[in-house]
Design a protein around this ligand. Structure first.
Ligand code: ADP
Ligand code: MG
Length: 1063
């Protein structure tokens, strides 16, 4: 089970399937592994998918049983390691769809069930990853499915490989080359309805992206004899039937053909022109289309078909015999057609077909041919024309597939996958030269297989010094030598017979064989054979014991076919052909070339040797095709037939070597490189010798001694499971390595990011600092200049305005004006004013004035009428009392009121007494009697024309302003005042002594009302007043600490008042 998950690709690389479709647990290593097994359907698990997994791998019966079981379930593919064994199902299986292709694309070998696509994909991937050319060798006997397999592979690449528009044409041409080549090179044989009658090796070129960009085909020995003769039950090449069945009427008319294959001698020999499995008509369409895809022009197609038709006409040429015994042509119409189709002169052709040119003594003679000779000359011409046209066709296809450099300029180095589909081993009732060549070719391929798998593997163990018990296998080199050895080989002997002068014939050839090769283990003739064998051998036959079985070859025709000669005059005629294809096929130079061309067998031998070289230079993958029965029947498993093939294909030996050997090998350096991370001793690098490193590594991994061997340059691991466990460990290890790498990378990338940012920041900083510094420097420079100008200006300040001081002066002016602006006086009383510089004194004064005017104006504008009135009164008060009375300053701040007595405080009767006069001011006062100086409260009311003293409701005294002579007050802070009145008449009581708490206000009001501003006397020391007829009183004012009004002993009124201001 477990081995299944390991892929042993030809490189020895082991690839584990990823567990993408769910996970499985491997019982041995208890680790999660890919779930290939469960991904397989039960059907797919019939038997084992790889013979290597057979319990009893040495048992042929078990092998056959596995093959049979799977075949019955339509599982036609099984592996032996990396070799694919395929059994022809003879029916369409639904396993070649696009989905199938996708399933195999890029998926590891063993992840999916065995398939031709897996092999294709594996070769493709190996080519891409290792850049090594690959080849896929498909072998098996005729009808085993080789050609089908090669087509499937081609289709797989065409579908799955990356493509561009250009590549699409390449892909199309690659694909379309097949139907064309099959039409011209395949035929129905008894073994296979579509048997390849030529060998084909095709290189597909891929560019570095893995897209197909070109191709090249090598063709090998076409079975030309089929053109003129077919065995019973066989057909000529498909193209003849396709043309007759499928070509439209017009075309057939042009070619002079009838739609009836029975009409053509070259098509009736096998008596089998119709086959149920072949639809010539539809094939014709496919081929016609393919020809255009490949790039045939209409003319080219026409000329190609002319040639095909001319071959048919040639076949219908009939000869009669003259009396002389010489042949003449009885069917002139054919000649007419021929002359037209091949584009030669009819008469020349006619003569060439019935004569032979002989050069005797330097003279050219035309010798007539007899009937038999003429017929064989005709057939030789037909074969030559067809054979060469076929080679031309391959050439033409190669031109169209050629990798064109200018088209894909990017594809300098192309890699190649080669596909070999060559005729398989075949045995008929009658086997001739062609079978001999075909089977020889198969011997060579078997030899190559042995070389590359069985032998090289065992040789490797030996060269590596690994103890190894050799697996016995049959090496067919002995048969190859028998055929191709110089001087002693069959081909050499045949050539010798062909070349030697004298009467050489097929029989003399046989005799020569007998005499030279008699006794060879793989060679028998009738004469040399024992009695039993003689019974089944004709006298003209020799038998070769091929690796794949015994084959009797009839020597009849060997010499002719090997010589492959065309009479010179026939060559001359065809060389004249105007048909472009034929003129290319028959080169005029050939006529002048006197050298004898190489014989067919030798040519074939050489081309095979070259093919082997090509194949050896590439990495091979194998597809071994098996034919299940001879009846081309689906589902029929012919045990005997298959066992035989298993045997001669060497599959059992192949299996044994695979099993006995080591599943895996790798050069020390490669192994160490891959797994070194699993052992601390070898990680990260091993410094010592490589084998020691590998040894350390595997010991650390716990490999048991029987599990591995160390060779000279490689380690060999016996069981896949050992490596599987190692791969598993690597898988786990990869995770931690990946994490570490990630971490390192992240840190690295972050750090580089950071460093970049930092660098960027520093650059930005530097720039910004530069900018700042430049700004500062600029400012400093400007400042310095300013200072310099300033100083200069200061020095020149006294000079008249000049450039040196203009800045300074401006600055001083500016600075003064700015200072002034900030320090302008806020009120009219504010007398502050900045000191102007000398030059601005005048301006400053002007400004000051303006400013003051402005403030005054503003102040005045703001003044209300009440306030104006107040101010006017204050002005009067100031005129009267300023600097004269002690308590004046205290009064300044106190506003004068309209009246100190309101309506309720004055008796209404008083108002009545006032009559029309409106009271302007009222104030409570104290009246001092003139005699006793008694103080009595009174109200003093002022009107427009007089003042009254009121005691409650009674007007005590009425004073007309006109009678008021003056008013006296002291200079002290007291409130005493005297109203001087005349006392001449009795009514008048004389001066009145009053006291008011608001002396300044009261007297100002009186002065205004009475218009007696200039009549107020401010006295110091004492005031005299008069009362009644010359009587006089005196009031003495003395400054004291407090206000005291008393009657003094001297009869004076004494007033002491504090001095508030020193004057
Ligand atoms: N994989 C296949 N699936 C179906 N039929 C197949 C397959 N391979 C071969 N055949 C049948 O077998 C026939 C012979 O196969 P072919 O490839 O021509 O044989 P070979 O080239 O080996 O002589 C085909 O024409 C086809 O009918
Ligand atoms: Mg074939």
């Amino acid at each position: 089970m477990m081995e299944l998950r390991i892929q042993l690709v030809p490189t020895g690389e082991i690839i584990l399937p990823p567990g993408k479709n769910g996970e499985n647990y491997c019982p041995n290593c208890s680790k999660v592994v890919g779930m290939m097994e469960s991904a397989l359907t039960a059907r797919d698990r019939v038997g084992v998918q790889d013979f290597v997994l057979l319990e009893n791998h040495t048992s042929e019966a078990a092998f056959m049983e596995n093959l049979r079981k799977r075949f019955k379930e339509n599982l036609i593919y099984t592996y032996i390691g990396s070799v694919l064994v395929s059994v022809n199902p003879y029916k369409d299986l639904e396993i070649y769809t696009k989905q199938h292709m996708e399933r195999y694309r890029g998926v590891n070998f063993y992840e999916v069930s065995p398939h031709i696509y897996a092999v294709s994909d594996n070769a493709y991937r190996s080519m891409r990853t290792e850049r090594r050319d690959q080849c896929i060798l498909i072998s098996g006997e005729s009808g085993a499915g080789k050609t089908e397999a090669s087509k499937k592979i081609l289709q797989y690449y065409a579908v799955t490989c990356p493509a561009s528009d250009q590549v699409q044409t390449v892909k199309d041409r690659l694909l379309q080359s097949n139907p064309v080549l099959e039409a011209f090179g395949n035929a129905k044989t008894l073994r296979n309805d579509n048997s390849s009658r030529f060998g084909k090796y095709m290189d597909i070129q891929f560019d570095f992206r893995g897209a197909p960009v070109g191709g090249h085909i090598l063709n090998y020995l076409l079975e030309k004899s089929r053109v003129v003769h077919q065995s019973h039950g066989e057909r000529n090449f498909h193209i003849f039937y396709q043309l007759i069945e499928g070509g439209d009427e017009d075309l057939l008319r042009r070619l002079g053909l009838e739609r009836n294959t029975q009409q053509y001698q070259y098509l009736v020999k096998g008596n089998c022109s119709k086959v149920s499995s072949i639809n010539d008509r539809s094939e014709w369409k496919v081929v016609s289309k393919a020809l255009t895809v490949i790039g045939f022009s209409e003319e080219e197609v026409e000329e190609l078909l002319n040639i095909i038709a001319s071959v048919l006409h040639l076949g219908n040429l009939q000869f009669g015999t003259e009396d002389s015994g010489y042949a003449y042509i009885t069917t002139d119409t054919q000649i007419k057609y021929l002359a037209r189709l091949v584009d030669v002169e009819g008469a020349a052709l006619k003569e060439a077909l019935t004569h032979k040119k002989i050069i005797a003594k330097g003279e050219e003679l035309m010798s007539p041919l007899n009937l038999e000779q003429a017929a064989s000359a005709r057939d030789a011409l037909a074969k030559a024309i067809y054979g060469r046209t076929f080679s031309w066709l391959v050439n033409k296809i190669n031109h169209s597939l050629a990798f064109k450099d200018e088209q894909f300029p990017s594809s300098k180095n192309t890699s190649v996958i080669g596909l070999l589909d060559i005729y398989g081993f075949e045995v008929f009732q009658q086997n001739s030269f062609e079978q001999f060549c075909i089977n020889y070719c198969n011997e060579k391929l078997q030899q190559l297989f042995i070389e590359l798998t069985l032998k090289s593997e065992q040789d490797e163990y030996e060269s590596e010094g690994i103890t190894w018990e050799p697996v016995q296998y049959f090496n067919n080199k002995i048969i190859c030598d028998l055929v191709e050895e110089k001087f002693k080989g069959i081909i050499s002997i045949l050539d010798e017979e062909c070349l030697r002068p004298g009467d050489a014939s097929d029989i003399t050839f046989l005799e020569k064989l007998e005499s030279t090769l008699g006794g060879h283990a793989h060679f028998v003739t009738h004469k040399l054979a024992d009695g039993k064998t003689r019974k089944v051998m004709g006298r003209e036959e020799f038998r070769l014991l091929h690796y794949a079985g015994e084959v009797n070859y009839n020597v009849n025709g060997f010499l002719d076919k090997n010589n492959d000669l065309l009479f010179r005059n026939l060559k001359e005629v065809t060389c004249q052909s105007e048909n472009k294809i034929l003129s290319q096929c028959f080169d005029k130079e050939e006529l002048s070339d006197k050298k004898r061309p190489e014989t067919t067998a030798t040519q074939f031998k050489t081309s095979l040797a070259k093919l082997m070289e090509i194949l050896m230079s590439k990495e091979p993958s194998y597809v071994r095709c098996i034919k299940p029965n001879d009846a081309k029947r689906a589902g029929h498993f012919d045990e005997v037939l298959i066992r035989h093939q298993v045997k001669y294909l060497g599959l059992m030996e192949n299996l044994r070597v695979r099993r006995a050997g080591f599943a895996y090998r790798r050069r020390y350096e490669v192994f160490l490189q891959r797994y070194k991370s699993l052992c601390p001793g070898t990680w990260p690098n091993w410094q010592g010798r490589l084998p020691d490193g590998v040894s350390t590594l595997v010991k650390y991994l716990g490999y048991k001694p029987e599990e591995y061997k160390l060779g000279r340059t490689k380690i060999f691991i016996r069981f896949p499971k050992t490596l599987f466990a190692t791969e598993d460990a690597l898988e786990v290890r990869k995770h931690s390595l990946a994490t570490k790498l990630q971490a390192c990378w992240k840190s690295y990338s972050q750090r580089s990011k950071y460093l970049k940012m930092r660098h960027a920041a520093i650059v930005v900083q530097a720039w910004w600092r530069g900018i700042l510094a430049r700004r500062v420097a600029k400012r400093r420079r400007e400042a310095a200049n300013t200072i310099r100008r300033f100083i200069k200006g200061f020095i020149f300040r006294k000079h008249p305005r000049c450039p040196e001081n203009e800045y300074f002066l401006d600055y001083v002016r500016y600075s003064f004006l700015m200072t002034l602006k900030r320090n302008l006086p806020k009120t009219v009383l504010d007398k502050s004013w900045p000191t102007p510089p000398p030059a601005l004194t005048e301006a400053s004064d002007q400004l000051r004035k303006l400013c003051m005017q402005n403030m005054v104006w503003k102040y005045c504008k703001r003044i209300s009428p009440e306030w104006k009135h107040q101010m006017e009164q204050k002005m009067v008060a100031s005129e009267i009392f300023k600097d004269k009375k002690d308590n004046y300053p205290q009064s300044v701040a106190k506003l004068f009121v309209g009246t100190r007595l309101n309506g309720e405080e004055i008796n209404p009767k008083v108002f009545q007494a006032l009559g029309n006069e409106k009271m302007k001011y009222g104030v409570p006062v104290t009246k001092y009697d003139r005699k006793g100086y008694r103080a009595r409260p009174r109200q003093l009311l002022l009107t427009g024309t007089y003042a009254v003293l009121v005691e409650d409701a009674k007007v005590k005294q009425h004073i007309d302003y006109s009678t008021l002579q003056g008013i006296s007050v002291s200079s002290l802070s007291d409130g005493l005042f005297v109203l001087h009145l005349p006392c001449e008449d009795n009514k008048q009581k004389g001066d009145v002594v009053l006291q008011s708490d608001h002396i300044i206000e009261t007297l100002t009001k009186v002065a205004i009302c009475a218009e007696k501003i200039n009549n107020i006397n401010i006295n110091q020391g004492s005031i005299k007043f008069a009362f009644g007829r010359g009587k006089e009183g005196i009031i003495d004012f003395t400054p004291g600490s407090e206000l005291l009004i008393t009657k003094a002993k001297n009869g004076h009124l004494s007033v002491t008042a504090p001095r508030l201001n020193s004057r």
